[in-house]
Design a protein around this ligand. Structure first.
Ligand code: PLP
Length: 393
């Protein structure tokens, strides 16, 4: 049996005609820059996330970059973030001329640990930290209640890197109650990627920033188009960060499937949990299953309440690199997100050499992502588990 990490071909079986029709619609419209597809998609995503505004951009990376640029973060500034994420999270900080500072992760969720953040912020006596970028890794929100509390206390804007977490929900403490908030709707900016491997993936690169703040949304719109207003009169230095209407049209075909895909991924995760539990492996120190750290309730009108959208199903395992080779040999797709923590990346040189984030370093040596895409079958999952059991036998 062959089990790929992701199978976009399986999606095409039911999406191909609609995707081609959407692309054709854009081609025939001759509206190749901005236009109605982009605008409609922005409104749909903002609405889906419970945000007031959506600003479509070229990629998830550019969503983060344009957010930092629009907040005026630059040389001399520091940005507090997690050491365990895709490179883009840190890359954008460096590209605006700022310096990343790190707070280690919580080993259960792999997300930035608010208590570590508190220590880092308290130690920043010169107040050089000018923004916070938490990442909702693998599809589960970072612990946003204490993060927003710290942000308020220190007067810092929060840019959510929600590239892996569109639609994930977080139980935000609100007047003694819990209110479920969607990823991206809590900070000043929520940054999404529509890279093809995300839960909502385009037919190329695309991204979006959502926000509740009208002034910030206007600034993003200006920044995305070389700071021009009107055309050829440049108020600020921006760039070309515009979302392609072909991507917007294709993504609008996929958006109605998103909740179902989240649910299918969630069911696949539950099935892995059950299949692994039956083997007895998770009781040993050879395998630790992923953990949903927040309570899941069906809240009012929203009956789905996906607290985790399982963009990735990530195990912590013993002898990780050997297991990876074994899975490769058995035609099972897997990936390591991520083998090197951000503070250890070569491109940093000596910039952050004294940083110590032991939990991120441990995670980098132990994590492995298994296939979790919606169309995965039960037989495929049983095969994956069987092969992993064989490896540890
Ligand atoms: C995918 C991803 C990005 C970057 O998105 P692109 O659209 O590929 O530029 C940023 N941050 C995280 C956590 C991601 O997973």
């Amino acid at each position: 049996m062959k089990v790929p990490l992701l199978d976009l071909q399986a999606q095409l079986e039911y999406l191909e005609d609609d995707l081609i029709a959407a692309v054709t619609r854009v081609v025939k419209s001759t509206r190749y820059i901005q236009g109605p597809e982009v605008e409609a998609f922005e409104n749909e995503i903002a609405g889906y996330c419970g945000a007031a505004y959506g600003v479509g951009v070229t990629s998830g990376t550019d969503a983060l970059l344009i957010s930092l640029m629009s907040l005026g973060i630059g040389p001399g500034d520091q940005v507090l973030t997690t050491p365990y994420s895709f490179f883009a999270t840190m890359g954008v900080i460096l590209r605006v001329g700022a310096t990343p500072v790190f707070a280690d992760i919580d080993p259960l969720s792999f997300n930035i640990d608010p208590s570590r953040m508190e220590e880092v912020l308290a130690a920043d006596t010169e107040r050089k930290i000018k923004a916070i970028i938490p990442v909702h890794l693998y599809g589960q929100c970072a612990d946003m209640s204490p993060i927003m509390e710290l942000a308020t206390r220190y007067g810092l804007p929060v840019i959510e890197d929600a590239a892996q977490a569109i639609g994930a929900q977080y139980p935000m403490a609100s007047a003694g109650d819990l209110e479920y908030k969607r990823a991206g709707s809590m900070g000043i900016a929520g940054c999404f990627s529509f890279f093809p491997s995300k839960n909502l993936g385009g037919i190329g690169d695309a991204g979006m920033v959502v926000t509740q703040d009208k002034d910030f949304a206007e600034r993003l719109v200006l920044m995305r188009n070389h700071g021009a207003q009107p055309k050829y009169f440049h108020k600020i230095v921006g760039g070309n960060f515009r979302l392609d209407p072909i991507q917007a049209a294709a993504l609008r075909v996929k958006l109605p499937y998103l909740e179902r895909w989240h649910a299918q991924r969630g069911e696949n995760a539950k099935r892995y949990d059950r299949l692994f539990s039956e083997t007895g492996l998770p009781g040993t120190d050879q395998i630790v299953l992923p953990k949903e750290v927040y309570p899941k309730v069906s809240s009012g009108k929203d009956t789905t309440a996906n607290v985790h959208i399982y963009n990735q199903y990530v195990l912590r395992v013993d002898r990780r690199n050997e297991l990876r080779e074994w899975l490769d040999k058995n035609n099972i797709g897997c990936e390591i997100y991520y083998p090197v923590p951000l503070h250890k990346q070569e491109c940093l040189g000596t910039l952050v050499s004294s940083v110590h984030c032991p939990e991120a370093e441990k995670a980098a040596d132990a994590t492995i992502a298994l296939p979790i895409y919606p169309e995965l079958t039960e037989a495929m999952q049983a095969y994956v588990v069987e092969k992993i059991v064989q490896f540890y036998a």
